[in-house]
Write a new protein. Structure first.
Length: 393
């Protein structure tokens, strides 16, 4: 049955179907659903109409500082939003209430789903295992090519949200037989406190923890999170600042700093680069990026060159030619990277993992499916060379 609040929302057919599917998934998990959006929220006036719960029912933000006149400054991502009393930050997920900054999204995910870990993509941690994925509304970027725009480019008042405490998320992951919990789909930085609380409980319960991020988190929250992560996948969207500004409304430098911080932490790191025709597929830029990764982060960091398909505000851009992706993979090989992959092209040879020492295929994949695994005690079964990653003995 549609709630009264939902009845006032003007949905497209695609939005209606998406929301209906989301509700069906939640019903399967046995979690309550919070629905509804306001006409004012659709007009971008959410900060004026949101009925915020009492502060006692909210989670205080972990990284911010108080300023003069009741303002606060967020210290979670590179934007460092300065927020007046009663207003929201850029991501719309945090609100200043009387000089205290609160997360509004804590306990209100709009995506809970079981996926293969390869879909993240994380190729070098427990191949073939399943992960319990958590995502919410909103993002701190405005990528015109977003593949999950129905979630990330909408506020929490425009999505169907589940009501799930951190403990309930961990319980659902265990009930689903998952090896790990992953924070993904939208940018986890915008639900940092929820992610942190879930990750802490998950580690206590013996689950692994994974995060897929755009890499724009500031040093202090990132360091605190890394202490609870087993693996992290970072989108390196391009290697030129102009692309970041013009296409994503982001900055490149914070991402490069984050990558270096992760590499020094010892947490397993993988990098994804979505190649978009005529936007970030210049061969010299790709070679520069691969060289930087090899020299700065290390040759053992897995790199995924992923195929773009028309999406969101780039419906007019054609899919990435396979030849472009193969060119990028070859460049990664030439600069000495040990593990370079070609993604979103099911059945391609470079979905699989090859030993950098003997060249034998040690993980045979068909898209997200592991067909065979020839890693024994973390080493190539054929020559004994150590394979970078997290492996089950």
């Amino acid at each position: 049955m549609m709630s009264k609040a939902s009845a006032h929302c003007k949905w497209t057919r695609r939005q209606f179907l998406a929301k209906g599917c989301a509700t069906a998934i939640v019903a399967t998990l046995g979690l309550p659903v919070a629905t509804g959006c306001s006409p004012a929220a659709e007009k971008g006036e959410a900060e004026h109409v949101v009925q915020t719960p009492a502060p006692s029912e909210l989670r205080e933000a972990m990284h911010y500082r108080r300023l003069d006149d009741g303002r606060v400054q967020c210290q979670t991502c590179f934007r460092r939003c300065i927020v007046s009393d009663g207003r929201l930050g850029f991501c719309h997920n945090r609100k200043n209430i009387g000089g205290t900054f609160y997360s509004l999204i804590h306990g209100r995910p709009c995506a809970l789903q079981i996926d293969p870990i390869e879909k993240e993509p994380v190729f070098h941690m427990l191949p073939g295992c399943t992960i319990f994925c958590v995502g919410t509304a909103s993002c701190n970027s405005r990528c015109k090519f977003c593949q999950n725009w129905e979630m990330s480019q909408h506020t929490m008042w425009e999505t169907v949200n589940y009501q799930a405490t951190p403990a309930e998320v961990v319980e659902q992951a265990q009930a689903g037989g998952c090896t790990a919990i992953s924070f993904t789909y939208n940018e986890p930085t915008v639900f940092y406190e929820y992610m942190y609380d879930i990750a802490s409980l998950a580690k206590d319960q013996g689950l692994r923890v994974v995060c897929h991020t755009n890499g724009t988190m500031l040093a202090a929250p990132m360091q605190q999170l890394l202490e609870r992560l087993d693996a992290i996948t970072v989108d390196l969207k391009a290697f030129v600042p102009d692309f970041y500004h013009r296409v994503c409304s982001l900055e490149l430098e914070p991402v490069l700093e984050t990558l270096q911080r992760i590499a020094k932490s010892g947490v397993h790191l993988e990098i994804v680069n979505l190649l978009i025709p005529k936007l970030n597929d210049d061969p010299e830029d790709i070679r520069s990026m691969c060289t930087w990764i090899a020299q700065t982060l290390g040759v053992k960091v897995p790199v995924h060159f992923t195929r773009f398909f028309p999406s969101y505000r780039m419906q007019h851009v054609p899919p990435t030619p396979i030849e472009t992706l193969e060119m990028a993979v070859t460049m990664g090989d030439e600069v000495g990277l040990h593990y370079v992959y070609l993604g979103n092209a099911p059945g391609h040879k470079r979905n699989s993992t090859f030993c950098p020492a003997c060249g034998e295929r040690i993980i045979h994949r068909l898209h997200f499916t592991v067909v065979s695994l020839d890693i024994v005690d973390g080493k190539c079964r054929f020559c004994g060379h150590p394979a970078a990653g997290i492996w089950d003995s």
